[in-house]
Design a binder for this molecule. Structure first.
Ligand code: ATP
Length: 892
């Protein structure tokens, strides 16, 4: 018999599992051994060896290797071996860089690996979905992605969307009844839930029947090849630019060779020099360094509690101009406590701290007893019945499991002495209509010991007002008159203005023992019992973050399902809402087209009582106004807006799998401040990438120009091939990497957001590359000419001086690259990696110049202190010659 044919009871035996306690650890181990991990096999990865060899596949590197090989055969052993060694070291470095890039991408993927809730050793726990074994009992709810193939054993209004397997995007209703048919297609197995499918509504429990490649998903292997492109816009632009740079470098080196030959140099020497120059000047490592810089940025963001799921987001973050953020939990602490109750015109205050279920009820100054008031009894007890939250005590502290709004209501009822067990004995729950952000309500159907059934509903008061036709007033059932309505609205308004979140509780007795199966049928003609008002204090750090965003040209917008007055009160406290702003509500959005919304969207600071589908409209309106939008969300219905936003942000704690999968950024702490931190990092990473592009290209321009100038002036080669390759390896490599780790400039959050279409050479970068590069080439040439003095016996000395000048000029210039303003704008010792890189480059240069065994290899001779003074002076020019203009700009 197949699993879908079995009655639930038979599953226990057939899978040897226990529905009350789940599997034990030993049992899990045994089953893991038998069935393996719950993983789908991935395609073959590139082997390390292949990756290593791929470092040498560049055309010019191959030409260089070929030429070196020939020169070796012709007897130039030392040169040949040295060049081979440098190319090899370069390859090894490239290999490690790419490996690191690959590993961090892999780590990124693992960070966002799915989790499931399983019952093990009698306790529910969250574990990586990979660790599930057949026989495990798994709990899932709306927004979860199913982690393995399950036979459903409990279902509450459960609907699952199975398009990943069947292509059918309409969710299927699921239940637990066995289906007595052997051959069934996946779409017809209403009591099974399959790996990779999505819970769109309700909740359920299932027992795992198959894992890994044995699941229905595992059997359609092609589906796994859906890897998304992880290239960022900048990387794509760099790839384009790379092609142009290669052509430019090749043309220029060809020019060097041609001019050199015309001026009388022999072809062999010029060819060798040209090829080395081309290898040095082509920034082949750029894409890998960019990936490493991006992934280092990702690591930094993780430290600040933001996980980037898609690498391009790192860059887009720096362009963000609007953050649309949920209120509850993101801007507020989501630690709710009921502080006010209202029923039948009376207001009670509730005292007590945090989650501790102890407190008093006060009417004015007078302490009141719950026994005195039937309406308040129902307000609290029904609030506890229509509720999933659980309070746990670990001997030291109380912990809340579940939705904080429900937690607050649970604790309020406990303060009045109610316990869930005794209540549920009195009122058995027979059905549930789960909460969703569109309806803004939740209901249960309960049955009392006489078999009488009631609908008990709790939800947003304005919504409940619309579906109530009577009210408990003075402990009597009364027709809902206009004056009642006014009083209730007044009570809601007064609580909301104190920034309290309000929830109303209502009920309806059902006749003839049956109950409606659809929520619209159940949630009508209700009797309103009263209101519970709860505080949810703002997170203290958000106010400052909002202020910083404002300075950074980023608008903060609050988007909330909460009541407009509650939202306004909190938005004001956080500095989001000012007198120039307007507030829009969900019902107003319904009546507006996206175009109409565009006209006012930039003035709107708060969107209240919105449903998830409004979020998409808001994202579009902002985007049509040219904004780059970050949008937060947590529920299933938030996914479209998260996807449509330029930066979709999901909550790490409260977010559903669906929201996380749609997002490009996950906030580990659900905190608004983390979005700001990620934007700051995003901006900084981009600036760092610009810094090392500037440094590398200016260095390359300098290297080419010194050779070209020398050829034009009919001078000997100012640098020999091995020196050029050394410069490429040492000074271009280490300091460039260190620039990728540069701390952010103080004013990075004082600038306007970057335009997303901004080119690589924007904001003067192109000019800086050319002008600094030109000067680096020029001073190196001057140093060479002064040292050479037209005497061939001074050639090795002059080449050493030129080599040292080029290196020094680059190592000084690297500090200039740290700021768009000037070399003085920043403390040069701030970046310890850069100091380390520069010092090691210097030491390596000294070794090459002074270590006798290496002198013949690098064609160097020892030079003295006087030479160094002269070299350093010249080398400082390309960086310091601009300082004057910096000060004139500053004093303007
Ligand atoms: P945000 O969008 O900022 O997170 P929110 O939590 O208020 O705000 P929703 O979760 O969509 O947004 O809730 C909308 C409204 O539904 C709330 O203001 C509240 O009145 C009501 N509500 C929230 N949680 C529940 C619940 N568990 N049961 C019944 N009603 C609820």
């Amino acid at each position: 018999m197949k699993f879908h044919e079995m009655p639930v009871e038979d599953l226990k035996k057939s899978l040897s599992t226990d529905f009350e306690n789940g599997l034990s650890n030993e049992e899990v181990k045994k089953r893991r051994k038998q069935h393996g991990f719950n993983e789908l096999q991935e395609g073959e990865k590139q082997s390390a060896l292949l990756l290593f060899f791929s470092q040498f596949k560049d055309f010019m590197v191959l030409v260089l290797l070929g030429a070196t090989f020939i020169s070796g055969i012709l007897g130039e052993y030392v040169d040949a071996i040295a060049i081979m060694a440098i190319v090899l070291i370069n390859g090894v470095l490239g290999f490690f860089q790419e490996r690191k890039a690959e590993k961090s991408l892999q780590a990124l993927k693992e960070l966002s690996a799915p989790q499931v809730t399983v019952l093990r050793n009698g306790e529910w726990e969250k574990i990586p979905s990979k660790e599930v074994v057949p026989g495990d009992i798994v709990k899932f709810t709306s927004g979860d992605r199913i982690g393995a193939d399950l036979r459903i054993i409990e279902a509450k209004s459960l609907e699952i969307e199975e398009s990943a397997l069947t292509g059918e995007s309409v969710p299927v209703e699921k239940n637990v009844s066995p289906i007595r048919e052997q051959k069934l297609s996946i779409g017809d197995m209403h009591n099974m839930a399959f790996m990779g499918t999505l819970v769109t509504r309700g909740s359920g429990v299932g027992v795992v029947v198959s894992v890994g490649m044995k699941t229905a998903m595992g059997q359609i292997a092609d589906l796994l090849q859906t890897a998304e492109s992880m290239m960022t816009p900048l990387q794509r632009r760099l790839e384009e630019l790379g092609k142009i740079l290669i052509i430019a470098a090749l043309l220029l080196t060809a020019l060097v060779v041609v001019v050199g030959v015309i001026q009388g140099h022999d072809l062999y020497t010029m060819f060798f020099a040209g090829v080395s120059l081309a290898v040095a000047a082509i920034p082949e490592g750029l894409p890998a360094i960019v990936t490493v810089a991006l992934s280092l940025g990702v690591q930094k963001m993780i430290k600040r509690k933001a996980i980037v799921r898609k690498l391009p987001a790192v860059e887009t973050l720096g362009c963000a101009s609007v953050i649309c953020s949920d209120k509850t939990g993101t801007m507020t602490q989501n630690k709710m406590t009921v502080t006010k109750l209202w029923s039948g015109g009376k207001t009670w205050d509730v005292t007590g701290q945090g989650y501790e279920p102890r407190g008093e009820f006060l009417q004015g100054e007078r302490s009141v007893q719950i026994k005195e008031e039937k309406a308040f009894q129902q307000l609290l007890s029904f609030g506890m019945l229509c509720n999933h939250a659980e309070l746990k005590y670990d001997g030291d502290q109380y912990h809340l499991d579940g939705d904080p709004t429900e937690g607050a209501m649970l604790i309020a009822a406990m303060k009045a002495g109610y316990t869930r067990d005794s209540l549920q004995k009195q009122f058995r729950i027979v059905h549930e209509f789960p909460f969703d952000s569109d309806r803004k309500m939740m209901s249960v159907v309960v049955e009392d010991p006489n078999g009488k059934k009631f609908v008990v509903t709790k939800g947003a008061p304005d919504v409940l007002l619309k579906v109530s036709d009577s009210i408990l007033y003075d402990n009597k059932l009364q027709y809902f008159s206009d004056s009642h309505r006014k009083t209730v609205v007044g009570a809601i308004e007064s609580m909301a203005q104190d920034a309290l979140r309000t929830i109303a509780v209502a009920y309806r007795p059902l006749s003839n023992g049956t109950y409606p199966l659809h929520e619209a049928e159940a949630e009508k003609d209700l009797t309103l019992i009263g209101l519970q008002g709860m505080i949810d204090p703002p997170r203290p750090e958000v106010r400052e973050a909002v202020k910083e965003c404002k300075k950074a040209g980023i608008q903060t917008v609050m988007i909330t399902g909460d009541h407009v007055s509650t939202a306004k009160a909190i938005a004001k406290q956080l500095g989001i809402l000012s007198s120039q702003h307007i507030v829009l509500e969900g019902h107003q959005l319904n009546d507006m087209s996206v175009e109409e919304l565009e006209d006012v969207v930039e003035k709107t600071a708060v969107f209240a009582r919105v449903s998830p589908e409004h979020k998409l409209k808001i994202v579009k309106a902002f985007q049509n106004r040219g904004h780059i939008v970050a949008m937060t969300g947590d529920g299933v219905n938030d996914a479209p807006a998260i996807k449509a936003a330029d930066i979709g942000v999901a909550m790490g704690i409260t977010g559903t799998d669906v929201a996380k999968e749609a997002s490009s950024l996950v906030l580990l702490d659900d905190n608004f401040t983390t979005i700001k931190a990620a934007i700051e990092e995003g901006r900084n990473i981009y600036e760092n990438i610009r810094k090392f592009i500037r440094y590398l290209l200016a260095s390359n321009v300098g290297e080419i120009l010194v050779m070209l100038f020398a050829m034009l002036l009919a001078l000997p080669l100012p640098l020999v091939p091995i020196q050029i390759l050394w410069v490429n390896l040492v000074t271009d490599g280490l300091p460039a990497m260190a620039l990728g780790l540069d701390p952010s400039e103080d004013d990075v959050m004082n600038r306007k957001p970057r335009h997303p279409k901004e080119g690589v050479f924007a904001r003067g970068l192109g000019w800086k590359v050319v002008s600094r590069g030109f000067l680096i080439g020029l001073v190196t040439l001057i140093a060479f000419m002064i040292a050479y003095q037209g005497q061939d016996d001074r050639l090795a000395y002059a080449q050493t001086v030129a080599f040292a000048t080029l290196v020094m000029a680059q190592l000084i210039h690297v500090f200039d690259c740290r700021s768009d303003h000037s070399v003085f704008a920043r403390n040069p010792f701030e970046n310890k990696y850069l100091i380390g890189a520069v010092l090691s480059s210097l030491v390596l240069m000294f070794i090459v110049i002074y270590y006798p065994p290496l002198q013949p290899v690098f064609h160097t001779v020892a030079i003295d202190v006087k030479d160094w003074l002269f070299i350093t002076g010249l080398a400082a020019i390309p960086t310091f010659v601009w300082v004057g203009s910096h000060f004139t700009r500053k004093t303007k």
